[in-house]
Design a protein around this ligand. Sequence first.
Ligand SMILES: Cc1cc2nc3c(=O)[nH]c(=O)nc-3n(C[C@H](O)[C@H](O)[C@H](O)COP(=O)(O)OP(=O)(O)OC[C@H]3O[C@@H](n4cnc5c(N)ncnc54)[C@H](O)[C@@H]3O)c2cc1C
Length: 372
Amino acid sequence: MYDIAVIGAGINGCSVAHEFTSAKKNVVIFDMDGVASGGSGAAGAFISPKFSKSGALKELIHDAFVYSMEFYEEKFSHLLQKVPLLHIAQDMKDSETLSYYKQNTVLELNIPPEELLEQLTPHARSQENVYIDAGVINAEAMCNGLCKDAKFIKEKINSLVYDEGVWILNEIYSAKEVVLATGAYKALIKEPYINIRGVWGHRIDIKTATQNKYSIHQYLSISPSKNGILALGATHNVHYHPQKNKEPYDVNEGRAELLEKASRTMELKDIEVIKDYTGLRSGSFDYLPLVGGLVLSHETMECCEKKVRVKKPDFSEFAYYPNLYMINGNGGYGFVLAPYLAKKLCEYILSGKKIDDRLSPARFFARWAKKK
Ligand SMILES: Cc1cc2nc3c(=O)[nH]c(=O)nc-3n(C[C@H](O)[C@H](O)[C@H](O)COP(=O)(O)OP(=O)(O)OC[C@H]3O[C@@H](n4cnc5c(N)ncnc54)[C@H](O)[C@@H]3O)c2cc1C
């Protein structure tokens, strides 16, 4: 029997596996298609803060950015490329936001070097920008590195049954605790209040004669070049979903969009697309991730409907699935958020340290129950 079974070997599941193996737990991690085969394998894996004025998501990503840069540097420095990031405003409204950000952030900002600004189109050069120390991760290698001390099993989990204090997976494997890290894929536990949406993204690696030493973000992200290759990504395609659309995804259309967006920021010479990456980002409806235990909706409504319907319900009074947790909904910041959230989840499971209510899946249960 395993101490912990993690389902899904993307950046979330692998970060959780890392936390538990570091705590000397016996961990198994399952993925139906392999490590980093979902959204995580498609990611450009840029590590950056969120350049907005305020809000819970901005604060969370700020804390996660500071934590994760240190985490990756300390534990996986060979898979982290520390590289300055130039974030450029897209329009006047965005310029205002960046000006505000610059005046109010506690992060250290720098002045972009002239050689970087000279690379940009006149339009991009004329916009407000933020220049900051940031990073880019080798996504697949990072996921593999994080889960290397766990037992990896390539298998789809179809059934999850709790029997006499133990979770039984696919009628074969047993574990004391289970963490669902299944991204934008079909939910294993059907609860009406859990609603994860998938936003399709496409990024490309290109060969180009243009050399670039920096991460540059404007309409999309442009990575530094390595051996004449750089990454461009990603699209946010809300109209395509691999499980819902009948027609196949149009790769050429996606490539054209990426190249057009990049050309608005800088000229890239002699381009040859050498690899496409596509996948789903998983997001929640309030844009914040979901980390923590899963509420048993039926049982909670039966036992304590009145307590649920108050203005500010106490989530600790709800009924929960025993030893079952989730980590999901990281949107476009999976590689920034995962190490930070996995640490919080691990502390919660091992020592009961409370997770912020704003991240708890119970917040969606409370909203669902009030509407019912
Ligand atoms: C094109 C693109 C570019 C991106 N760029 C960035 C970026 O620059 N920086 C950044 O921080 N984030 C980026 N993201 C977002 C980031 O990739 C996601 O937030 C992150 O991958 C989410 O990780 P996850 O582990 O939750 O999901 P996933 O990586 O999708 O992992 C879920 C895994 O669960 C497995 N699974 C599901 N159900 C089962 C089952 N029943 N049994 C077994 N296995 C199962 C799947 O096979 C999958 O591998 C990008 C995303 C995309 C698509």
